[in-house]
Design a protein around this ligand. Structure first.
Ligand code: NDP
Length: 473
């Protein structure tokens, strides 16, 4: 059963062209994804990999094989052989218009190619224009990687350039987070449980806290990361997409448009983040990473308070943070509920948590609820227990996000892709803190970031990973 039952009247793509076939994303994610599709009998189209290297078809196939084994995928020789038969290499430079003229010949009689832009964002417009100039735009779709623009204005410009040649229905702005099992299952948690939705609002919720932390640094991607920073790399896209799914109203039906309308509406209701509610951090040692400018002010940590002016969420603070070289690799959302009106058996010195629902997106995929119960014996003092699925039911066993999203794009189903209005709203939300950023605070690797980030949530019980130290009493 698909997420939303969109009536799709678009033809399925009949060719996948992978721009950026020699790049990092193709190696880490895209080749493993098309291999998984082939293994499940879902690829069904030829694949052309494009890059500038002097490769042969054999080189591309070897590169693809290495990508799959490096990703620790199960190995199915027959599936790989079928995939290898579908793969061809095409050499070209995107700055040369002749590349696209030759590519048109290579696409043969394809009527509905899909072009995946796994290339530097600075090349998106050039490649879209090249495709159109060569007459490859008719019946085509584009999968555009993030980040979509560098700010509000450049996103508007990029949309305008793409729309010169492609209708919105042909543009698939990919954010692989939206393909994650936990985020799709969040919709079931929210809308299929009658006891959840009535509480999911300002009357009962005290705060929402979202963390996306990585225990590793920027590694070999210093040049890329230093030009982007945490806000552009993961906040404007992944984190705000998570907010949209967590905070939106229930879609009126299962059509793709309804879900995307609700996501856009909630983003529209978000206030632009104020610089005084924003903390930037940079981990010690970042400046020594190859490719990072010696005096770089790029943030490797971002934390802020977000306010949503909607009837459902008015007054409820959403705290978001993302960072590298932090204490743990985890992505999660915690919805904290208010305390009961007159807590019995709890005095001011007992640190009993409020109810909360925690949704873990990574490393595992599950929802857990913190519940108060009475411990057996004389005591009436409540204690907290966590109700969660057993460990063997938490693994994310669904399709890999890129596997799922590539298939959806080839089918022409836009449900899991970001629409123009949502992307622009996301840039509007972060615009003030992009242009008026406070200085970075340094933090030690392996900690939970700068003290400013901790202070942000102090009044609301701290972050789930670093609750305030209880006072003696
Ligand atoms: P890379 O720099 O590793 O790869 C870029 C690709 O573009 C290479 O194949 C490169 O070819 C090609 N390229 C660049 N300029 C030209 C040109 N003028 N003509 C022909 N080919 C060219 O980037 P990534 O793979 O890391 O990223 C690609 C996109 O995916 C970016 O938009 C990024 O933001 C996004 N993304 C990346 C993620 C990742 O984990 N890497 C995660 C999520 C999104 P050549 O080898 O010849 O230089």
């Amino acid at each position: 059963m698909p997420l939303m039952s969109t009536p799709i009247d678009l033809p399925r793509s009949d060719l996948l062209v992978l721009f950026g076939a020699s790049g990092d994303l193709a190696r880490k994610k895209l080749f493993p994804a098309i291999y998984r599709l082939e293994a499940r009998g879902r690829l069904n189209v030829p694949v052309i990999g494009v890059a500038r290297n002097d490769w042969t078809n054999g080189d591309l196939r070897n590169h693809c094989r290495a990508s799959i084994t490096d990703a620790d995928e199960f190995w199915d020789e027959a599936a790989f052989d079928r995939l290898a038969d579908k793969l061809t290499y095409f050499r070209g430079d995107y700055n040369d218009p002749e590349t696209f003229v030759r590519l048109k010949v290579a696409t043969g009689d394809s009527q509905n190619p899909i072009f995946h832009f796994a290339i530097p964002p600075s090349m998106f417009a050039t490649v879209a224009n090249g495709i159109a100039a060569a007459g490859l735009d008719s019946g085509a779709r584009l999968i555009i990687e993030k980040p979509f623009g560098r700010d509000y204005e450049s996103a508007v410009e990029l949309n305008a350039t793409l729309h010169e040649h492609f209708p919105e229905s042909a543009i698939f702005r990919i954010d692989h987070f939206v393909g994650k099992e936990a985020l799709r299952s969040l919709l079931v948690t929210r809308f299929a449980n009658a006891i959840v939705e009535p509480l999911w609002n300002r009357n009962f919720v005290c705060s929402v806290k979202i963390t996306m932390s990585e225990s590793f640094g920027v590694e070999d991607r210093g040049v890329f990361y230093d030009s982007v920073g945490a806000l552009r790399d993961v906040v404007q896209n992944h984190l705000l997409q998570m907010v949209a799914l967590l905070a939106m109203e229930q879609p009126v039906n299962e059509h793709s448009r309804s879900l995307r309308d609700e996501k856009a509406k909630v983003l529209e209701a978000c206030r632009a983040i104020e610089p005084e509610n924003f903390v930037r951090g940079q981990y010690e040692g970042y400046l020594d990473v190859a490719g990072v400018a010696a005096d770089s002010d790029t943030e490797t940590y971002a934390a802020f308070r977000l306010d949503i002016d909607s009837p459902r969420w008015s007054g409820v603070p959403f705290f978001l943070r993302a960072g590298k070289s932090l204490g743990e690799t985890v992505t999660e959302m915690t919805i904290e509920f208010k305390s009961p009106p007159r807590p019995l058996w709890i005095d001011e010195h007992s640190h009993v948590p409020n109810n909360s629902i925690r949704i873990e997106v990574k490393p595992e995929s599950f929802a857990a609820i913190t519940w108060l119960h009475k411990e057996p014996g004389e005591t009436m003092m409540p204690s907290a227990i966590t109700l969660a699925p057993p460990p063997d039911e938490r693994a994310d066993t669904g399709p890999e996000p890129y596997e799922l999203l590539l298939e959806e794009a080839m089918k022409g189903d836009p449900t899991l892709f970001a629409r123009e209005d949502s992307v622009l709203e996301s840039w509007r939300i972060v615009e003030k803190i992009l242009t008026n950023a406070p200085a970075v605070e340094r933090y030690e690797q392996g900690t939970w970031g700068p003290t400013g980030g901790r202070k942000l949530t102090e009044e609301f019980g701290g972050w789930p990973q670093e609750p305030p130290v209880p006072s003696e009493g």
